[in-house]
Design a protein around this ligand. Sequence first.
Ligand SMILES: Cc1ncc(COP(=O)(O)O)c(C=O)c1O
Length: 471
Amino acid sequence: MGDLADRLRGELDRYSPGGKLPSSRALVERYRVSPVTVSRALARLAAEGLVVTRPGAGAFRARPRTPEAPAGDTSWQEVALSADGAADLVPRTVDATGVTVSLAAPPPGVLEFNGGYPHPSLQPERALAAALARAGRRPGAWGRPPLEGLPELREWFAREIGGAVTAAEVLIAAGGQSALATALRALAPPGAPVLVESPTYPGMLALARAGGLRPVPVPVDPDGVRPDLLADAFRATGARVFVCQPLFQNPTGAVLAADRRAEVLRIARAAGAFVVEDDFVRHLVHADAGPLPRPLAADDPDGVVVHVGSLTKATSPSFRVSALAAHGPVLERLRAIQVVDSFFVPRPLQEAALELVGSPAWPRHLRCLSGELKERRDAMTSALALRLPELALPHVPSGGYHLWVRLPDGTDDVAFSAAALRAGVALTPGRPYFSAEPPSPYVRLSFAAVAGPGEIAEGVRRLRAACDEAL
Ligand SMILES: Cc1ncc(COP(=O)(O)O)c(C=O)c1O
């Protein structure tokens, strides 16, 4: 296959830029190879940006990329969106455990250190109820909304993202999970590799695998994804997509360092690839954090970033309103997939979101949430340091709702989690966060899903028993 790609590469200058290559059948006959060999060779050249494949139309010599393409040129997306990076068919595995683990209620009496959303006492329940009531009375509230979402809500999300992002570049989606599903399906065909942070959110890995994609891990350190390894991974796989959480990464809590932000975008752009920015927890910043970096999408004139932002974490898992934002031709692909999959987000919910974020209760709620989260994080870190000194906390996050805790080497994280459950604490083992073998055993402890600092102290006391049993 390597041979055929090399031979085709050597002969590409026979065709004019944009010109059509011989059909796959003609290539099979000319080179006396199998159709699979031809499609792999074309996929390789497409991944290198030399060829553009258009399903149903054939393969074309790519137009040369001008090295000094002016900022704001999104024409590279044409190659990215038509290149079929699929090398091998990957069996689709549909496994919901990565998602249900943080959605399931624990058994009675068990403390919820595994929850993926803040406790009801941290949700703006009264403001939500008032917003829903007002929304239901708005004129036209029960009619069909515009397919892309209510214009004022798109406008609000565009302002939240900042930079040059406009309302026209925002689509309203039904929560972060659904927006991620749309993005992955839009950007990567079945069988294609997709670069993911390691460790990362198991619900996203589950989505990728359910779409027949091949997650390829790229390690994260306390400053976010490692750019050197990201560049290597693009080179090795020809991937066209990298899924990144630049802010308060789940599970490590890392924030992508200032000097890595532009580098990540530059590396992706050079690979002709998109960055799916999962900005899922921006509103859960702790009261002692400094100023937050803007979303990557705010500094992206070339349309590299497909941005996902969601309201669920700061409101309620049932308030399933999110935004997908993108710049360039890819927006139309996202819009079409979203409409085909789910038509639109229920209008009353969109109206309620507008009512909520426009009310004085919203900034008040966010301030209060920031203070509570900081207090709970501090309660959990000091209880762990006092009672469980054998557990390591590599990074104390300044946002999000959980700690990523390293177990002593050689510990089985799944067995430890089972021991914790017997002791009365539900937590999340680290293994599902890694798409390949974990470098060390970890568990994730959520401090936001329990009722308050009292339950945090009690949960850590119970974990002492689990440590005594399992470590
Ligand atoms: C990193 C990350 N992204 C996205 C989501 C999806 O959240 P939602 O669909 O409620 O917005 C989650 C949920 O836990 C998450 O952890």
